[in-house]
Design a protein around this ligand. Structure first.
Ligand code: KIV
Ligand code: ZN
Length: 389
């Protein structure tokens, strides 16, 4: 994989993910997740917002001291005090990044910052310059870029790159964009900003309309080479783009995206479970990649197909993302083939085709009453079938 084909994964579970109401984490919990992110081999992760609280400062510092295999990032508003605090928290990191941001949409500049556009550009330039004095790797985000004017974005980004930002992150802060539009924005910025080739363009998409992953992938197709995401899609309000979906989309469809990540995908499910257990935010069963049903087949037609050739109904291997195996769930839609195959796996002996037929009929009738038939039910069904014949 050449540099141009590499998609950088920037995880923000410990910062934006922690902003999910109810998901706050202790320092020890953050360190456990940080170690999981390191095992996943994420390129960069945001450990917190050091100026937000003393606890956040200490967590970022502890993570920065512990982690050696990934770059550790701290968030800072475009203010001197925030940036110095982030620099201090990251001082012991083997590889550090300061991520500074300021809002650029008219609604944020007028109603939140009460600043004129010229003042915002000046603040961004100063913030990046100061951050560069403290850290050789600086990322700049024009917050609410998804609702900002394109001319103004071009202007502020050009200034941030001139001031030394190596990564320009384009956030769709309120999840307002749709894929074609967001991909178009990235294409426009890359084309119009004269020094765009001096920085890596990144995206940070929120999921308010359920489009965070689709918008991120549209941006990758348009030339973005870093995606910001979180484990299980955790994050402010409806969350951020989910890491597992972005990583497996580009891995599975390299023909479409032409790039890949260096994520150790076999760690995806273990880290997803770790984050769910620590935060108490459990993953919905039908969630792509990490939901318990993501590799489970119930319908007889699908089970029969998968037993004959896995790729009939699977586009990824469960083992490649850290599941033990795919699963055949025995329920009312299951067919004889899956039923027989499970009996064989469990070494349950069937004496005749007649006994199999009788056991299968009993199984169907039980399945009408129960959502799922467990292995313990099967031996009883077969014994009763034998006795009835
Ligand atoms: O959503 C957002 O705009 C952010 C920024 C701080 C990057 O989280
Ligand atoms: Zn965000």
């Amino acid at each position: 994989m050449g540099e141009a084909d590499r998609l950088i994964i920037f995880d923000t579970t410990l910062r934006d993910g922690e902003q999910s109401p109810g998901a706050s984490m202790t320092r020890e919990e953050k360190i456990r997740i940080a170690k999981g992110l390191e095992r996943l081999n994420v390129d960069v992760f945001e450990a917190g917002f050091p100026a937000a609280s003393q606890g956040d400062f200490e967590s970022v510092r502890a993570v920065a001291e512990t982690i050696k295999g990934s770059r550790v990032c701290g968030l800072a508003r475009a203010r001197e005090a925030d940036i110095r605090t982030a620099g201090e928290a990251l001082a012991q990191a083997q590889a550090a990044r300061i991520h500074t941001f300021i809002a650029t949409s008219p609604i944020h500049m007028q109603n939140k910052l009460h600043m004129q556009p010229d003042e915002v550009v000046e603040a961004a330039g100063k913030a990046v310059k100061l951050a560069r004095q403290l850290c050789d790797d600086v990322e700049f985000s024009p917050e609410d870029a998804g609702r900002s004017e394109h001319d103004f974005l071009c202007r502020i980004i050009e200034a941030a790159i001139d001031a030394g930002a190596g990564t320009i992150n384009i956030p769709d802060t309120v999840g307002y964009n749709v894929p074609e539009q967001f991909g178009g924005l990235i294409g426009t910025l890359l084309e119009r900003i004269p020094n765009a080739d001096k920085a890596v363009f990144s995206v940070h998409c929120h999921n308010d309309l359920g489009l965070a992953v689709a918008n991120s992938l549209a941006a990758v197709r348009a030339g973005a080479r870093q995606v910001e995401c979180t484990i299980n899609g955790l994050g402010e309000r409806a969350g951020n783009a989910s890491l597992e979906e972005v990583v497996m989309a580009v891995r599975t469809r390299q023909d479409v995206f032409g790039c890949d990540t260096q994520i150790n995908t076999r760690e995806i499910v273990p880290v997803s479970k770790l984050v769910a257990n620590i935060t108490g935010f459990h993953v919905q069963p039908n969630k792509a990649i990490v939901g318990v049903n993501a590799f489970a087949h119930e319908s007889g037609i699908h089970q029969d197909g998968v037993l004959k050739h896995r790729e009939t109904y699977e586009i990824m291997r469960a083992e490649d993302v850290g599941w033990h195996t795919n699963r055949m769930v025995l329920g009312k839609h299951s067919g004889r083939n899956a039923f027989r195959s499970r009996l064989e796996e469990l070494d349950i002996v069937i004496d005749s085709e007649e006994q199999l037929n009788e056991a299968f009929a009993r199984f169907k009738s039980l399945a009408d009453k129960k959502h799922e038939i467990f292995d313990e039910d099967l031996q009883a069904l077969v014994t009763e079938a034998g006795a009835a014949l």
